[in-house]
Design a protein around this ligand. Structure first.
Ligand SMILES: Nc1ncnc2c1ncn2[C@@H]1O[C@H](COP(=O)(O)OP(=O)(O)OP(=O)(O)O)[C@@H](O)[C@H]1O
Ligand SMILES: [Mg+2]
Length: 341
């Protein structure tokens, strides 16, 4: 194979997790030759991504081309900090808020979106990062699902914008919202670090991060790479959910992340026809749990069919809902600001 043929083949190879050619991203440092054997040198930081690319290229060229790596020195390497003294990959953000839960499906993404929009409504500059790389819901919830990734002239990723907030999600990097991502967690983590470092967020008052469910690698990395000002823990009021929430609280405490407080979602049911309130799961579970662990209780949000519909249609209830629906989120934001400002 000659140099042109190799370059042409490389043009079709995407960086792991991105829909962009490694040639366009300037990851291909050079195509040279030694003793008749072609050599492709890649300039990249990320060990995991390099391994992925190396094996893809070996398969592509059937071993005919040697793949080398030159570690570039321009960027910080992925050198994880410790949570007691975290790195700061987002110096452009005055405060980072991480929204988590012990359990999946309790409303983290809904709370993240509405919290971010409510902060913007107060005049703050807000970014929303969807850290749920395996189930990115933020694009749908903010009506940015069909936007494609853009780069500016400095080769930095331009975040999407809607409802007054800047938005970045792995869901915006894939051709269709339902493209499945099969990443090792280390690749997922490095994609998120790229979102922190290579997205043109501008100056932010708040960076809100919608975490994936549970207490895993991504949560830990975020706590190592960012000085989190407040963890917001979302729960539902059932006793089983409250059991799981204690795990999330413990994790935050263990890794020195200050807890901004607990949000109880789907607390009670408002019948759409009669507006009557039903306390399906009893009352006061969230408050009692917050009290037990000595963390602030930020507020509750009812189980409301319209909240679900608004969220799934990409119109956040705090922006488009009625006065009451807006009020639930606004109260939570006021209580949170009282903790962290
Ligand atoms: N207060 C509410 N009333 C009615 N529906 C709600 C409410 N909060 C969230 N939902 C709906 O419940 C579903 C799950 O919410 P969401 O996606 O925010 O949870 P999650 O904790 O982020 O889930 P995952 O763990 O999968 O990321 C969504 O369809 C959402 O619209
Ligand atoms: Mg979610």
């Amino acid at each position: 194979m000659n140099r042109e043929e190799i370059l042409k083949a490389l043009q079709e190879v995407h960086y792991p997790g991105l829909e962009r050619s490694i040639v366009d991203l300037k990851v291909v440092e050079s195509v040279t030759e030694e003793n008749g054997k072609p050599i492709v040198t890649l300039s990249m930081q990320n060990d995991e991504a390099f391994e992925v690319l190396e094996s893809r290229l070996d398969a592509l060229f059937g071993g005919e081309v040697e793949i080398r790596r030159k570690a570039s020195t321009q960027k910080k390497s992925i050198n994880y900090g410790d949570t007691a003294n975290p790195n700061n990959r987002a110096p452009y953000a005055k405060k980072v808020i991480a929204v988590t839960s012990g359990k999946g499906g309790v409303g983290k993404s809904t709370v993240s979106v509405n919290l971010a929009v409510a902060l913007a409504q107060k005049g703050f500059a807000v970014g929303l990062l969807d850290a749920d790389v395996y189930g990115p819901n933020i694009p749908r919830m903010t009506r940015t699902a069909h936007e494609t990734l853009r780069w500016n002239e400095n080769d930095r990723i331009v975040p999407s914008e809607n409802f007054g907030i800047k938005i970045m999600s792995v869901g915006l990097t894939t051709p269709a919202p339902d493209t499945p991502l099969v990443w090792r967690s280390s690749v997922a983590v490095s994609a998120l670090i790229q979102f922190l470092e290579d997205v043109e967020w501008g100056e932010l008052d708040f960076l809100v991060i919608d975490m994936p469910p549970g207490t895993g690698d991504i949560q830990l990395t975020m706590a190592q790479e960012l000085p989190i000002a407040a963890g917001v823990i979302v729960t539902t009021p059932q006793p089983v959910a409250l059991d799981d929430v204690s795990r999330a609280i413990m994790m935050f405490k263990d890794i020195n992340v200050p807890i901004g407080g607990l949000v109880e979602n789907m607390s009670f049911f408002i019948a759409p026809d009669t507006k009557k309130r039903y306390d399906i799961f009893g009352e006061g579970g969230g408050e009692a749990t917050a009290q037990k662990y000595g963390i602030p209780f930020l507020g509750k949000i009812p189980l409301d069919m319209q909240i679900r519909a608004f969220s799934d249609e990409g119109t956040p209830p705090v922006a488009m809902g009625d006065k009451e629906q807006k009020g639930y989120y606004k109260r939570i934001v006021d209580n949170l600001l009282a903790q962290i400002l």
